[in-house]
Design a protein around this ligand. Structure first.
Ligand SMILES: [Zn+2]
Length: 259
């Protein structure tokens, strides 16, 4: 299929996203809807057709823009790279379907069926209609190489225990995912995106707002952390945000071992 023949599918996705943009949906809900869109494409289209790279890029760009900004217009603003978002949770992603890899895997399976299950009636028909030529074999090897290359890049993150066994509501888990990676939408980041905002911390009104200040170093936030530790009846386990994350990771690992 030519790229232009995929336009109706792209239009349909944009129409679906447009129907959601009117509502102010939280990140976690937007991710659920994106999963439904990508699953639909994988289920109905990806099994039969090799989707052109440009079409996949356009679909992902719409999904990415909706996920981060809730918009139906393509924008390059994103807090985490889409490739990383599509990785498994243990590798630091959100386990969103990677359309390119799944499409290639599905087509590879189809090609494998064509060459290995010659006794099936529909495959006999395909062989009669068009035998698998050298070009098809070359394409299959290329897809194989791509899939194996992508599968090899699976270095697990230290904080995977926090993501894998977290019983908090999806909204909170998503926020933790962003906080651990220091990708919160703080005002210093917004100003880098050329947005006019007051970059002073809204809690203490004296320091500039950035990740470390907002999460740990701000005097007001520090008081909240102290109250939490007091309520938990434990000594403050860290002096910096990085040390606190290490403490959380150790706690989560211990919990997963006990579980
Ligand atoms: Zn502050």
């Amino acid at each position: 299929m030519k790229e232009t023949q995929w336009q109706p599918l792209i239009d349909k996705i944009v129409a679906r996203i447009s129907s959601w943009t009117a509502r102010k949906l939280p990140y976690a809900r937007r991710i659920q809807l994106i999963r439904a869109v990508l699953f639909g494409i994988q289920f109905y289209w990806s099994q039969m057709f090799l989707i052109p790279a440009k079409v996949i890029k356009t679909i992902e760009a719409y999904c990415r823009s909706f996920m981060w900004l809730g918009t139906n217009v393509i924008t390059k603003r994103a807090l985490i790279f889409w490739e990383k978002v599509c990785k498994p949770k243990s590798v630091g992603g959100l386990n969103i379907l990677n359309l390119k890899q799944w499409n290639r895997a599905a087509i590879l399976k189809l090609q494998w069926d064509l060459t290995s299950k010659a006794d099936r009636l529909w495959i006999k028909w395909v062989h009669m209609a068009k035998s698998t030529d050298t070009k098809a074999r070359r394409q299959r090897k290329c897809h194989q190489a791509n899939i194996f290359a992508a599968a090899g890049n699976t270095k697990k993150v230290e904080w995977k225990a926090i993501m894998l066994i977290n019983l908090a509501i999806p909204k909170a888990v998503f926020s933790i995912w962003l906080i651990i990676q220091e990708r919160m939408l703080t005002t210093d980041r917004l100003s880098k995106w050329s947005m006019t905002v007051d970059t002073t911390c809204v809690f203490c009104n004296c320091q500039p707002e950035n990740h470390h200040h907002l999460i740990y170093n701000c005097t007001i936030i520090m008081e909240i952390w102290n109250d939490i530790f007091k309520w938990m009846q434990i000594q403050v386990p860290a002096n910096t945000w990085s040390q606190l994350i290490c403490w959380f990771v150790e706690k989560a690992k211990k919990k997963s071992t006990e579980g």
